[in-house]
Ligand binder design. Sequence first.
Ligand code: GLV
Ligand code: MN
Ligand code: MN
Length: 415
Amino acid sequence: MNEQTPRSTRLQADTRRLLDRIQALGQVGALDGGGVCRLALTDQDREGRDLVHSWMRDLGLAARIDQIGNVVGIRQGLEDGPPVMIGSHIDSVATGGLYDGTLGVLAGLEAVHTLNDAGITTRHPVAVGFFTNEEGARFAPDMMGSAVHQGSLPLAEALETVGTDGQSVGSELNRIGYSGDVPVNDVVPRAYLELHIEQGPVLEESGTTIGVVTGVQGISWTEYQIKGVSNHAGTTPMRLRHDAGLVASAISVEARAIATEFGGHQVATVGVTELGPNLVNVIANRARVTVDLRNTSESDLSRAESRMANFVAETSASEGVEMQQRSLARFSPVEFDPKITDLIEAVAGDCGYSCQRLPSGAGHDAQMFAPNCPTGMIFVPSQGGISHNVTEFTSQEDIAAGMNVLMQVLTELSG
Ligand code: GLV
Ligand code: MN
Ligand code: MN
């Protein structure tokens, strides 16, 4: 980090150009009534990748596609060596907004565009990357591409992963033409930065413009498959039932009870409940339920996991149903590098923006880089704290502020 660089010689990024790219990418996989559906490795994801890849080439970046489909564009520096990387994702959940992930990637491109316009060559190379399947909505776990990139998930395991529609990551990468030949750990950055919408209510509620992200909470995803017995809803006495639906519902109620009783940063979500045969007058003989538990404390997260696992085992036994459980994702909490968080805070203050430190509730590619290189994240407010929803929105003013902070932090780190 170069403490001597005067912040008075600030480079001004063009927020209008950044917003135009966000809107253009928002047309890819656009949903009626707003928002996007670009589930990882679908045709819509491919179209989005093609567009961002073409923008990388237009900006003169040498874009490389690795074996898990991550795309990293590199801008040479005066010196060789590891780049300062700006990254995020362009896949979305099925009901995604325009900003989740795309802001970070396109802000990286805007930073490169600004450097190009100013004719500046930084001392260290600058890289802009988008990582495969950050969302995990089609293939679990989430942050798949960055986890493979940073060596915490084996490539072969990721490629064999089968998604919610029965297709594998490897075959879908081949199908959309993004199975690259660059080794997955090809680029180990000098530092990693990610600008992201907060996706929660904290900044808006406190009237703060810039969030200095201290780390990312731990994430645990578990899938429960319950096998009961179907029978007639009118004739089967309650004492003779083996109802998979009852266990599924009890899991939902227990998730809320765990979050309420633990308090603090504990959150718990049952996002999927599928029942079969799903008929009004038939007792459910099967259920698939997912549980998402998160906490900033590893020990509290483990305690929440054990309590849920014991509850599901006991409830299944007393209802006389079979139960199988499978871990879909498990990430420990991470702390970001204090030198980077301090720098982000100092730059935000110098630019005259209000700022506040906070942990991230959502998962991010940055958490995969944090153990291996100095890493930091900048948050901007989400209107109404809404995300993973087509109405997700961040104002132009807040995007401009986040972009400015990213630009200054990048120029300091890349020299
Ligand atoms: C991924 O974005 C998650 O936090 O679930
Ligand atoms: Mn995201
Ligand atoms: Mn997301």
